[in-house]
Design a protein around this ligand. Sequence first.
Ligand code: SF4
Length: 153
Amino acid sequence: MTEARKVLVSACLLGRECRYDARANTDRLLERDLEAHGLEAVAFCPEEHGGLGTPRPPAWIERESAAAVLDGRDRVVTDSGADVTAQFVRGAEGALAACRTHGIERAFLKARSPSCGSCHTHVANTLVEGRGITAELLHRHGIEVTSVEGRRE
Ligand code: SF4
């Protein structure tokens, strides 16, 4: 029997209540699609991995982009102005390490998150086009990232 190919999946899409507000984004359609294609999900939450608790304050990229954060020219801040850049970067690095550990080349990440968003993310508390910190780091290292809306039946 061949081993199922593994993919990285935002843990909240798989039912883990790890969102900032301690809710999940359970996506049954994604679960069925992965199974139908013989893909095994490795659940990962970058923000929890980075050391942020749940629930936690909402956070966003302060001024520019995830690329600027990873290059040390921008920060991630909470709604009260606390600097959580280190936790977000640590979470992204953990996601990349998980991909390397499991031989993963593809990730399915929750749309619009400051970590996982791959088409839109939050900059200066506004939803804009661009990647979150984890999606940007995975993209830089050749991991194919697919945006998943979440909460589909
Ligand atoms: S979107 Fe990403 S960082 Fe946010 S709760 Fe889901 S897995 Fe965690």
